[in-house]
Design a protein. Structure first.
Length: 316
């Protein structure tokens, strides 16, 4: 039994095929040096055939996280061929599996690949491995499938889920989804200079320019009556214009959101609530530019009108 397990989430993302192969080949050599004391689990998108040959076993997951196949690559070809889906020789097997099994975009959306796997010999092997693993720890529990196609031990404890039930509910609690989404938004904000760092600099600079253009407005009725609305309008226009830099971020976020919601990772309401929370917190980027312009224009040094302006900007 391996003593250590290394989990790697998309270690080859953004790399070309040659470098990706070198990285995975190095992992393979490390495993060989450990003589069975290390296992590496890697999530990877669309590996080419050369990279795929490096894997000892592959695990295919459905949209809801259910197991569609676990075994070697050659066995997977025979397995899907037995289901009536022959793999063309010119294609990488995993690319074909993705086209077949994706419930949202697959070419066989009505075929129940989860149920097919559960009734296969490969599922029996998974059960046996789990039983052996538990016995190696001194447990005599045996595993079996219950009526909902979950792997269970004799005392009713769920060992691992290979559920074919409808994935209408997410696994984690709403609170955990909310906290995780907020943390991710802050991580993204801290790593992307164009998202908030650049906005902070721009609003400060534009606030100074607006303040300089309308510097210390006179108290005459005619000039003040026309210049104050103009100055305030410039503040609002500039602060809204800076938000254009979020368009690229929102485009990526929308793509990620559609993918994760289709996989039932979190609920739409929790995502909306988390985005509302982080967006409200990030609106502090308005403060420096608005403050500079407000006081350079000579507007009243009182909290109420200043807060009204900030509220106006937030609503805009």
């Amino acid at each position: 039994m391996p003593q250590s397990i290394l989990l790697l989430d998309e270690p080859t993302s953004g790399l070309d095929g040659a470098i990706a192969y070198d990285i995975l080949h190095a992992m393979k050599e490390i495993i060989a040096e450990k003589h069975g004391e290390l296992s590496i689990i890697v999530s990877i998108h669309q590996p080419n055939s050369r990279i795929l040959d490096l894997f000892d076993h592959i695990l295919l997951l459905g949209n809801g996280g259910s197991m569609l196949y676990f075994g070697t690559v050659p066995d997977s070809i025979n397995y899907f061929s037995g289901l009536g889906f022959d793999i063309p020789s010119k294609y990488t097997p995993t690319d074909v599996y993705l086209q077949l099994t994706d419930r949202n975009f697959g070419v066989n959306q009505h075929y129940d690949f989860e149920d097919a796997f559960i009734t296969s010999k490969f599922a029996v092997e998974v059960i046996e491995w789990i039983a052996l693993a538990k016995q190696s720890k001194g447990s005599k529990n045996t595993c079996y499938f219950d009526d909902t196609n979950n792997i269970k031990v004799h005392d009713g404890e769920v060992v691992t889920a290979i559920s074919t039930a409808s994935t209408t509910s997410t696994i984690t609690s709403l609170w955990r989804q909310y906290v995780t989404l907020i943390k991710r938004d802050f991580v993204i904000a801290s790593r992307d200079p164009s998202l908030y760092y650049l906005q902070f600099v721009l609003v400060s600079m534009f606030g100074f320019l607006v303040g300089a253009g309308f510097f210390q407005l006179k108290f005459e009725i005619n000039s003040r009556g026309s210049n104050i609305p103009a100055g305030l309008l410039w503040i609002v226009m500039i602060m809204c214009y800076v938000q254009v830099f979020k368009v690229y971020h929102l485009n990526r976020a929308n793509t990620r959101f559609k993918h994760e919601v289709s996989n039932n990772t979190y609920s739409v309401f929790v995502y909306w609530l988390a985005e509302l929370t982080t967006s409200s917190i990030m609106l502090v980027s308005f403060t420096p530019g608005t403050t500079i312009a407000y006081f350079m224009m000579g507007l009243p040094s009182k909290a109420f009108p200043f807060l009204i302006l900030l509220f106006w900007l937030v609503m805009s």
